[in-house]
Design a protein. Structure first.
Length: 428
């Protein structure tokens, strides 16, 4: 399919920037109807079915777990066939899986349908867009990925209030139908008309440099020139396992708070509508910190030091909330948490591409997600169980502080290891 002229050469603007703009919209919608909206479903499902908070959270964890298990296969497919096919196929199947979730009437259905949704959501959302933007930008990868990360934050700003209104007006079931419809309406045109797997598809190179005369522009040939370690080679290094464990503990705390953030505010006496507004405000502030993070990331030699600083901010935010659960404590928490989550969803992409190269990035990211699933799956369930037993989130917050401390220690160890060396030979 040939591109329209206005898309091919719009005022000589690098096509990657247009691709990034579309990716921001996709990230905003994808995160808004899934990760950001998780907390909105907890109370309605508890009220309708009488399920405990731990049981409801368990369904969300199952979805994350299934997506993580599918990660290596999804990553391998993307490395071989490109992100575009994954985005298109994943969008259709994700929309259908939201239709399944809308029919939930038993707890086992909540778990099974959430698992199906998690697998297909992995194909259209996190991995393909991280790979896509990493391929289109090299010297500017940090700022490009940070701009992409603002899309994730934008989902909390724009989509969460809308989803809260939909759930409060139509109910949790119809809100899943709405999620599937809007995903189809955005992702299918985006994937068909805008997304291209490589800069070579439009006769360019990463960052907008023109392709040298006589150089091949076939996507498969462009992919073969990428450098980086294979999955087998990466698994043989201590770097991979320490980074994977570090991200596991980091995301244990981050994802647990993301799922339970709105119920946490409500437990502190904040009205549910106000709690949703706080989450949206934090997401809006997070867009600024993500851009700042990207600018800094392109200028530091060891990215691990930024991750350690993130862990310190996140732990400090929770300590502030433990010491003061009133307005002042929440305000300090918001500031530190927004700073700590500045790396958002881009930290893995930046660290992995720097440490292991770009040739097999999707496969490596998918493999790492399998290890990280422990944190993503267990964290919301344990936090929900703690609330069910104690009627408070205090012990859960202490648990999250400890997880951030362990993550910081692991990344400190990684920062002392020598940097890996690789070349195009490993990419074959």
């Amino acid at each position: 399919m040939s591109l329209p002229l206005w898309l091919r050469r719009p005022r000589q603007v690098y096509y990657g920037w247009w691709l990034l703009a579309g990716s921001i919209a996709a990230m905003a919608l994808g995160s808004g109807v899934s990760f950001w909206a998780f907390g909105l479903y907890i109370s309605p499902l508890e009220d309708e079915f009488g399920w405990s908070r731990g049981e409801v959270s368990g369904g969300l964890s199952v979805g994350v777990f299934s997506g993580g298990l599918a990660g290596p296969l999804v990553g391998r497919w993307i490395d071989m066939r490109g992100p575009r096919e994954a985005i298109l196929f994943g969008a259709v199947t994700t929309a259908l899986s939201y239709g399944l979730l809308a029919t939930t009437s038993e707890l086992w259905q909540w778990y099974v349908y959430s698992a199906v949704n998690g697998v297909f959501r992995q194909m259209m959302f996190f991995i393909p867009f991280q790979v896509l933007i990493s391929r289109w930008f090299d010297r500017r990868r940090g700022i490009a990925l940070s701009i992409l990360g603002t899309g994730f934050a934008l989902g909390g700003v724009v989509v969460v209030p809308v989803m809260r209104l939909v759930i409060d007006t139509l109910g949790w079931g119809p809100s899943f139908i709405v999620s599937g419809v809007v995903i189809t309406l955005l992702y299918l045109p985006l994937g068909t008309l805008l997304v291209r797997n490589h800069p070579s598809d439009v006769g360019a190179q990463p960052d907008g440099a023109p392709a040298p005369a006589g150089e091949p522009v076939d996507p498969s040939e462009a992919a073969s020139r990428l450098s980086g370690l294979t999955l087998r080679a990466a698994l043989a290094t201590p770097h991979f396992w320490l980074v994977a464990l570090g991200f596991t503990f980091l995301f244990y705390g981050m994802f647990g708070m993301l799922v339970h953030q709105i119920p946490l505010y409500v437990s502190l006496g904040v009205p549910r509508g106000t709690a949703a507004l706080i989450v949206s405000a934090m997401a809006a502030l997070g867009m600024g910190t993500r851009l700042a993070f990207g600018l800094i990331a392109d200028r530091v030699r060891r990215f691990e030091h930024l991750v350690i600083a993130m862990c310190a901010c996140l732990a400090g935010a929770l300590v502030a909330l433990l010491l003061d659960s009133g307005a002042a404590g929440i305000a300090v928490f918001v500031v530190l948490w927004v700073c700590g989550t500045g790396g958002g969803p881009i930290i893995e992409a930046m660290l992995l591409t720097r440490m292991f190269g770009l040739a097999h990035f999707a496969t490596l990211l998918g493999a790492m997600l399998v290890i990280e699933e422990f944190g993503l799956v267990v964290s919301p369930v344990v936090a929900g169980w703690i609330f069910d037993v104690t009627g408070s989130y205090d012990l859960a917050l202490v648990m999250f502080v400890c997880s951030f401390g362990v993550a910081a220690l692991l990344f400190a160890i990684v920062s002392r290891l020598p940097q890996l060396r690789f070349g195009p030979a490993e990419a074959r």
